[in-house]
Design a protein around this ligand. Structure first.
Ligand code: SF4
Length: 99
């Protein structure tokens, strides 16, 4: 399996192309520029593709796992994923503080 060292985590992670779920993705035959455009309309269209994707959970997990900072993954934009991670961290911190 091909691996890459992710710069944010310094952990080896399999390349996305090596993930078995990629073969089932709704975007496998769509130009990836749609998912990495800066425009809101492109992001909306990308999310529409994601909405019909059979592996949306796997894709989102992958993006969160290696902290991908660009593009629409798992039906969520970069800022939406960042907000999700902040909410998760806040909940975790609250749970740790209250025991
Ligand atoms: S959730 Fe979206 S970006 Fe992820 S594999 Fe499916 S269509 Fe592609």
């Amino acid at each position: 399996m091909a691996m890459t060292i992710h710069r944010d985590t310094l952990r080896p992670v399999p390349l996305v192309e090596e993930r078995s779920w990629v073969a089932l993705s709704a975007c496998r035959d769509i130009d990836s520029d749609l998912f990495f455009s800066e425009t809101r309309s492109a992001a909306r269209n990308a999310k529409r593709v994601c909405a019909g994707c059979a592996v949306v959970d796997e894709c989102l997990d992958y993006a969160l796992e290696i902290n991908i900072r660009f593009g629409v993954w798992g039906g969520m934009s970069t800022s939406e994923r960042a907000a999700m991670l902040r909410d998760f961290a806040a909940t975790r911190d609250t749970d740790l503080a209250t025991g």
